[in-house]
Design a protein around this ligand. Structure first.
Ligand SMILES: Cc1cc2nc3c(=O)[nH]c(=O)nc-3n(C[C@H](O)[C@H](O)[C@H](O)COP(=O)(O)O)c2cc1C
Length: 349
């Protein structure tokens, strides 16, 4: 992929959607599941330490291989010294990866104290060196995910201009400062202003629920990134009927205000698909710990799931997953083609 790839896409007026990176949740199985329902999205991996990738071939071999359906895959890395970033880029290149994203977003105290992640917002020279060093080491495009500022004392436009001058090809901004972590209400204004001052694509992240919500917030921004909303509605990226894989839907008229609402049957099918992919991709037994949290999330909008919660969070084999999903199908067979709002309240426990 050329370094100008994203600029070219903007010129073509594409609007891209990104699945936000998510440590402990996103893996090959989840990405395959998301791509199954929304083939047009771009997936970013959870963050990996550049230093670990350099020193552990075992780590690289366990996290970087991926299936064709996940392409073009973006790998996110973090660390502090530009040399290890460059070495990591050389390793990542070997795994058919589309581009590298640098995490300058994470506000965790212990890492910020050791001068990387969101701390780089305070040190634009170091951030510049990292992007420059990555660009020298690899032909892959380099992007950055960051925040409004560290503690309001930094200027986002100034910081982003440093990144742009080091040839960062795209920047994603989460509208809170590192000090605010997960508190405060959305204020997209500084991000709109940033876009007016940059020539590279700017992506907005945080509190985007679905495509319709994005249409309200997009203004001059280029693309958007969603994390939480995907948990209970993997179809949240869908903006029109053509984009849906028609093998995966039960009826064609569930767009309410632009939002695609999956039926119970669709959710149960996608949950089973996810479990099968987890078994295929995770060697360790811990795959069942992963699927438990996802099963509960998938069924979040169907409140009577409470009855099944205990079984969902204790599954240990693929057979058990399939059995519990089948039992739900049998008990609620009348509502398989219904979306949550259509299921009469008396069925809610
Ligand atoms: C548990 C957890 C893990 C996360 N892992 C990452 C990560 O690996 N890399 C990253 O850039 N952001 C990470 N994030 C932040 C999300 O990608 C995203 O920026 C944030 O949750 C806002 O998106 P949303 O409003 O659509 O949920 C993480 C967030 C949480 C809560």
């Amino acid at each position: 992929m050329s370094k100008n790839f994203w600029k070219e896409q903007i010129e073509k007026k594409w609007k891209l959607c990104f699945l936000a990176p998510m440590d402990w949740y996103w893996d090959s199985a989840y990405r395959q599941t998301m791509k199954k329902v929304a083939p047009h999205i771009e997936c970013i991996t959870e963050f990996y330490s550049a230093d670990w990738l350099v020193h552990s071939k075992m780590l690289a071999d366990s996290v970087l291989p991926h299936t064709e359906i996940e392409n073009p895959l973006i790998v996110q890395i973090f660390w502090k010294d530009p040399e290890n970033f460059a070495k990591a880029a050389k390793i990542i290149e070997k795994y058919d990866v589309a581009w590298i994203d640098v995490n300058m977003w994470c506000p965790a105290k212990k890492v910020v104290k050791s001068w990387h992640w969101a701390w780089l917002l305070i040190n634009e020279c170091k951030a510049y060196e990292i992007i420059e060093s990555l660009n020298k080491a690899t032909k892959l495009p380099i992007s950055v995910k960051t925040r409004l500022s560290f503690d309001w004392n930094q200027n986002l436009i100034n910081f982003a201009k440093w990144l742009e001058s080091a040839w960062a090809s795209l920047i994603t901004v989460h509208w809170r400062t590192a000090k605010q972590a997960y508190t405060w209400n959305a204020n997209f204004e500084p991000i709109y202003e940033l876009k007016n001052n940059l020539s590279i694509p700017v992506i907005c992240n945080w509190d985007v629920e679905n495509y319709e919500d994005w249409m309200k917030k997009v203004k001059n921004l280029d693309w958007f990134m969603i994390w939480r909303a995907t948990f209970w509605n993997p179809w949240c990226f869908i903006k029109n009927w053509e984009l849906i894989d028609h093998n995966w839907i039960t009826r064609p008229w569930k767009f309410i205000n632009w939002m695609y609402h999956p039926t119970l049957w669709e959710i149960l099918e996608i949950a089973e698909f996810h479990a099968v992919k987890l078994v295929e991709t995770k060697k360790e037994k811990k795959w069942c710990l992963e699927i438990r949290k996802h099963l509960v999330c998938y069924l979040k909008n169907f409140p009577w799931v409470k009855n099944y919660r205990k079984r969902l969070v204790t599954v240990e084999t693929l057979e058990e997953v399939i059995n519990v999903l089948n039992d739900i199908k049998i008990e609620f067979k009348t509502y398989l083609n219904s979306i949550p709002v259509e299921i009469p309240k008396e069925n809610y426990i």
